[in-house]
Write a protein that binds this ligand. Sequence first.
Ligand SMILES: Nc1ncnc2c1ncn2[C@@H]1O[C@H](COP(=O)(O)OP(=O)(O)OP(=O)(O)O)[C@@H](O)[C@H]1O
Ligand SMILES: [Mg+2]
Length: 257
Amino acid sequence: MSPKVAVAGKGGVGKTTLSAALVRSLARSGQRVLAVDADPNNCLGRALAFPEHLLDSITPLSDMKQLLAERAGTAEGGGFFALSPPVQDLLDKYAVEHDGIPLLVMGTVDQPGAGCVCPESAVLKALVRYLVGLGDVSLVVDMEAGLEHLGRGTARHVGALLVVTDPAPASARTAARVARLAKGLGLRLPGVVLNKATTPDAGTKVRPYLDGLEVFATLPSDPALAESEAVPASGPYADAVEELRAKLAQWLASEDN
Ligand SMILES: Nc1ncnc2c1ncn2[C@@H]1O[C@H](COP(=O)(O)OP(=O)(O)OP(=O)(O)O)[C@@H](O)[C@H]1O
Ligand SMILES: [Mg+2]
């Protein structure tokens, strides 16, 4: 089974950057990969160097209210909605592709409101389940910041949750909270990804705030990232993500056995 991961963490820690770099790394390794942007401020496409006109042409699926209502079977004003709405064609119709990488902009999948069972989000969640079930396609889902949305379920279906932190204690505390919540939901968690590390002891320094979580991988602070919105294909950051991909594949394989 190809890896299906979601990337979560506090605002600004580097979720989108890691998602894009991981997508690129998976593609380079010869895997079919789908990039999913589940952040309402969608910018995964930019990190993947999609041209501006293509990005402008995208409407997040979550904004297609009529389409979602039709799929849910509530467009005609029906009070009930389908529990397994048809979603297979949404990928073909709404994913955009650049440089051999398809991108699906979902927008806000998990609508606010505890226990929300609105038809729109039921369709989007069904779509996530469908994508996770695609055996030969790797999936990387860039999640919105924070942890509130986790309880609403999208990430629940993925194979592993990568929780990103930077060296700041506040980010690490958020990562620990995200991890605790995720574990409570039954999600598999290889550990945290420490990003923007500037010193070799960054992992040791951040550990006290991680509530016993392991640092699964450390990614260096890389000035090349500040120079362009698109993630660089080479350099120390890209190399570290390459290692992370290999380690994650091993971890997923050992979890499956
Ligand atoms: N390893 C790194 N070295 C240097 N800069 C980095 C690194 N990782 C990310 N950045 C920079 O940090 C900023 C935030 O990164 P990114 O947008 O990926 O974070 P995010 O967690 O997705 O943010 P948001 O919560 O707003 O979605 C960007 O300017 C990015 O270029
Ligand atoms: Mg982001």
